[in-house]
Ligand binder design. Structure first.
Ligand SMILES: Cc1cc2nc3c(=O)[nH]c(=O)nc-3n(C[C@H](O)[C@H](O)[C@H](O)COP(=O)(O)OP(=O)(O)OC[C@H]3O[C@@H](n4cnc5c(N)ncnc54)[C@H](O)[C@@H]3O)c2cc1C
Length: 380
């Protein structure tokens, strides 16, 4: 497998790094404190194509590969992890849902506005009482003539507060278990859709997270994505994709924390010399570099195989497991290298420490990734 990035990959990555350095990183602390992203940044990123990165050009997308897209997203994560997940859920879960599994009618109706960022997508699988055991969702979709009536509640919905569409998983056949789940696209301002208040979170504070309820929401049957009963399979395939995105998000946070640590360890003097002269600090930095590189190889493998059209359930689970664990290890050591200053908000590692935590939780916990991996290796 060739892990050399192409000229196109490097160019797009460099453009993202420039945007991150000039526009995002200098403001990330302020936006974190405010707990939201400025609309003009999202508009600017929309114009640059960030909201349709893997969509076909005919719908206004940039048609990037998974590898190229994620190389750019790693740069965004290094500057602001909350912005990364806002763009990542939209691209890797929501645009992909409609583009890969939706009808031509749904693609024409929704993708052009999603590609510009005018409409932002949210992925609605988790419910207040259903997380890891996603096949146990309770949200119901009942057929009535040419329409479906949706009732239920979804929890922790990323970007629910922005105008746009919801990709919703609901039961259409209660007797059929996971084969009774279907996937729908629902407009956020449809009658009966109720968007809750923004959750107050530990980290990724610039991302928007809310509960979404559906009370007798009537939608055309043509808003179903794919065939009846294929929703669970769709959810899993999309999450394989999303997990590659979270891997690169974790790697971006980890790299940024390592870079801050290298810089600080060269500046901070103790015992009459920079702390990077001490082997205990050098070994922490060496471990950081090795863990990040190991994660990057797994993430690139998963992204490349996805681009080659392979099923990447195992590869994306391994990648997310390793990258998110590496990120949490790295940010912890980064705070340690910064000593007391690392615990203060004026140092970026404090934010990275809080932001990294969720990478082991969303789009499947680390335990859920181990369930996927162990199931695959025990199969034969
Ligand atoms: C900031 C944020 C944003 C999110 N955004 C979205 C979103 O946009 N859309 C969406 O649908 N969801 C979203 N989620 C939900 C997220 O995917 C879930 O939180 C996650 O899947 C875990 O589900 P849970 O919280 O219900 O935990 P549970 O499933 O209740 O798990 C609790 C603990 O038990 C462990 N556990 C559960 N089952 C097993 C088992 N069989 N074996 C071993 N351990 C087990 C878990 O690993 C975990 O440690 C978001 C969550 C957060 C925090």
């Amino acid at each position: 497998m060739d892990f050399n990035l192409s000229e196109d990959d490097l160019m797009i990555k460099e453009e993202a790094a420039n945007l991150a350095a000039k526009r995002i990183y200098p403001n990330a602390h302020k936006w974190d404190e405010a707990g939201q992203l400025p609309q003009d940044l999202l508009d600017e990123m929309g114009e640059l194509g960030y909201f349709g990165m893997m969509l076909p050009e005919e719908y206004g997308g940039l048609e990037l590969t998974t590898v190229t897209y994620n190389c750019a997203m790693e740069e965004i994560a290094a500057a602001c992890a909350g912005l990364n997940i806002t763009v990542s859920v939209h691209n890797s879960l929501c645009c992909e849902a409609i583009n890969k599994f939706g009808s031509e009618e749904l693609k024409k109706k929704y993708l052009p506005d999603m590609a510009t960022g005018k409409w932002i997508g949210s992925y609605c699988l988790t419910e207040p009482n259903v997380g890891t055991d996603a096949a146990a969702i309770k949200t119901a979709a009942v057929k009535k003539g040419d329409n479906y009536i949706i009732n239920g509640t979804k929890a922790f919905v990323t970007s629910a507060g922005f105008p746009g569409v919801l990709i919703v998983f609901a039961i259409t056949d209660p007797e059929a278990g996971k084969k009774g789940i279907s996937c729908f696209v629902i407009e956020k301002d449809a009658p009966g859709v109720s968007i809750g208040v923004a959750e107050k979170k530990m980290g990724i504070k610039t991302s928007d997270t809310r509960e979404v309820s559906f009370i007798d929401v009537e939608i055309p049957a043509t808003n179903m994505i794919g065939e009846p009963g294929t929703g669970f399979k769709t959810a899993v395939i999309l999450l394989n994709n999303g997990r590659i995105g979270v891997s690169f998000q974790a790697l971006g946070i980890a790299r940024a924390a390592m870079e801050e640590s290298i810089k600080y360890s060269k500046e901070r003097q103790q015992f009459g010399q920079p702390i990077c002269n001490f082997q205990a600090i050098q070994f922490k930095l060496a471990d950081m570099a090795a863990r990040i590189d190991a994660g990057m190889l797994l993430a690139l493998r998963a992204a490349s195989l996805k681009d080659a059209g392979q099923n990447v359930a195992g590869e994306s689970a391994m990648s997310k497991l390793v990258c998110s664990q590496a990120a949490n290890w790295v940010v912890n050591e980064a705070v340690q290298i910064h000593g007391g200053y690392g615990y203060m908000k004026e140092y970026a590692v404090e934010r990275y420490y809080r932001d990294a935590r969720v990478t082991e939780i969303y789009e499947g916990t680390s335990e859920a990734q181990k369930m996927v991996i162990s199931r695959l290796i025990l199969k034969d």
